[in-house]
Design a protein around this ligand. Structure first.
Ligand SMILES: [Zn+2]
Length: 181
């Protein structure tokens, strides 16, 4: 498996409750290399429950880090979120997320997107589509095989705003049901 070439900075620019999810937007300077194509990190948003399953297992949440190339292609890094040890970055997001839909506000400077990555960056790579509206765009999916852990209290706080904002997992659809080897 090729190494995932992430070059992310350590802060987010703004945080927004957009009526579909909580999203953090990033300023210029964070990127991902896929082959020799550079994708810039635009935003990360969250789904509850996870949209992907691994080995038939569903997760409480999933983060989608959305990147875009100069040519307009999208690449999404998916991170499955299990309940366990608190994740300081996700904890700060939950503490500062706007409770109601509204405009983007400055994000807490302590929110480091790199802290929401597992230690091992193994991943599944497949073409698919975007799961939040609009769903028609073609996307390179990079789903990390290892989940991260977040506090169950933080999942519960997110669930108060968005109890169910994932597209239902489609059985036997290879785009959503993946098996680690
Ligand atoms: Zn998404």
């Amino acid at each position: 498996m090729p190494v995932l070439k992430l070059n992310w900075g350590k802060g987010a620019d703004t945080i927004v409750n957009n009526g579909h999810t909580i999203q953090l937007n990033f300023a210029e300077g964070s990127s991902l290399m896929l082959g020799n194509v550079k994708y810039k990190l635009l935003q990360v948003h969250f789904h509850r429950p996870s949209e992907h399953m691994i080995g038939g297992k569903n997760f409480p949440m999933e983060a989608h880090f959305v990147h875009r190339s100069e040519a307009g292609g999208l690449a999404v890094v998916g991170v499955l979120m299990a309940e366990g040890k608190p994740n300081p970055a996700f904890g700060k997001i939950v503490k500062t997320m706007p409770a109601a839909e509204g405009p983007a506000v400055k994000a807490d400077a302590g929110i480091d997107p790199r802290a929401m990555l597992p230690q091992r960056l193994g991943y599944f790579h497949y073409p698919g589509s975007l799961t939040t509206p609009p769903c028609s765009e073609v996307v390179e999916w990079l789903l990390l095989t290892d989940p991260i852990q977040v506090a169950s209290a933080d999942v519960a706080a997110f669930a108060k705003l968005y109890p169910m904002n994932a597209r239902p997992v489609q059985k036997d659809n290879r785009r959503y049901v993946l098996r680690s080897t």
